[in-house]
Ligand binder design. Structure first.
Ligand SMILES: Nc1ncnc2c1ncn2[C@@H]1O[C@H](COP(=O)(O)OP(=O)(O)OP(=O)(O)O)[C@@H](O)[C@H]1O
Ligand SMILES: O=P(O)(O)OC[C@@]1(O)O[C@H](CO)[C@@H](O)[C@@H]1O
Length: 315
């Protein structure tokens, strides 16, 4: 079982627009609503693979009720922690040329009692879990050390923990020794304070995160693919994608793929890459199921193309 924790979930609204014209009324040609937040997406991908998952998350107000209903309709077990503030709505504006602009709201502030209830729900629901995946930004009220605390609690309970977050929350959690962290290129650059221009730069940054405490680093590099750096070595994986529809949630799908395949080694990296590639072929944050995957298009190697320039370098 894979338990996910999303401290700041969202109702994800995607509007398809011909193009963005600042200051004008822009008429959408299509819209969709998805239950969102990074851990929620991991649960959606795990459930799509037919595996058991429980999504632990605070939910409040009408948007929170809608998130719960949408997850229920997808057959995903939810452990909701009721909160007074309304769950946020995040907006994605998808232009016809493929450019996507995302607006993420701050979300409600959690009171001390709500924070305690969330920790208690994680403790109760993660008994006997194979993995806890803690994902996304922290809402106001939660200290940057919140994920670090969760890592320590998971290890005391004998459960492995994967973490996908950024900034001070990531840096604080590294010191607690998470089993795997999943930064993207920007988060790697931010955590190390250095630009990323090549695959080699990304390997060095991932190794630095291991030096800070992470046991393994699954680094997602957008169109360039993914790296896995752990105590056994370094793997690089990539898949060809002919047409990209939406990259929202591609990282979450990748993390789900990684955990579904055991969460360690080259086989798990191949699954992560297959899930990332499948996610970008689907609209909005739709998570792929087994029938969407194309494992034959994935290549994983230990011969790292260190000098390869990144398609999207981080200055
Ligand atoms: N343009 C693309 N072409 C091919 N594969 C892609 C592309 N964009 C993303 N992917 C696949 O999806 C994975 C995750 O993408 P990315 O690095 O953008 O994650 P992310 O920034 O964490 O995304 P999110 O936060 O929206 O979940 C990539 O490592 C890659 O395998
Ligand atoms: O604001 P955060 O927590 O960093 O990210 C939230 C979010 O952008 O992440 C998911 C895609 O990865 C979306 O479902 C959601 O809107």
């Amino acid at each position: 079982m894979i338990v996910t924790v999303t401290p700041n979930p969202s109702l994800d609204r995607t509007y398809e627009v011909p193009s963005l014209d600042r200051g004008e009324v822009v008429r959408a040609t299509g819209e969709r609503v998805d239950p969102g937040g990074k851990g929620v997406n991991v649960s959606r991908a795990v459930a799509a693979a037919g595996r058991r998952t429980v999504a632990v998350l605070p939910l409040g107000g009408a948007p929170g009720a809608l998130v719960a209903d949408l997850l229920d309709a997808q057959g995903i077990e939810v452990a909701p922690v009721p909160v007074a503030g309304a769950t946020r709505s995040n907006i994605a504006l998808a232009e016809a040329d493929g450019v996507l602009t995302k607006i993420n709201a701050p979300g409600p502030e959690l009171t001390a009692a709500e924070q305690e209830a969330l920790l208690e729900a994680v403790r109760r629901r993660s008994r006997g879990a194979d993995w806890i995946a803690c994902c996304g930004s922290l809402p106001r009220g939660l200290a940057p050390s919140w994920y670090a605390d969760l890592v320590a609690r998971a290890h005391t309970a004998g459960v492995r923990i994967a973490l996908d977050t950024s900034g001070p929350a990531l840096l604080a959690a590294l010191r607690a020794g998470p089993d795997v962290v999943k930064p993207n290129a920007e988060e790697l650059a931010q955590a190390t304070g250095r630009p990323l221009a090549t695959v080699g730069d990304a390997v060095r940054a991932a190794q630095e995160l291991r030096g800070l405490g992470a046991r393994a680093v699954l680094a997602s590099l957008g169109a360039d693919g993914q790296l896995l750096v752990d105590g056994a070595g370094v793997w690089f994986g990539a898949a060809r994608v002919d047409s990209v529809r939406s990259n929202v949630g591609a990282g979450d799908s990748s993390l789900a793929g990684f955990l579904l395949a055991g969460g360690t080694g080259g086989r798990a990296l191949a699954s992560a890459v297959a899930h990332g590639a499948a996610a970008v072929r689907l609209p909005g944050s739709v998570m792929p199921g087994p029938h969407d995957l194309d494992p034959a298009a994935v290549a994983v190697t230990t011969e790292i193309p260190v000098d390869r320039p990144l398609a999207e370098p981080v200055p």
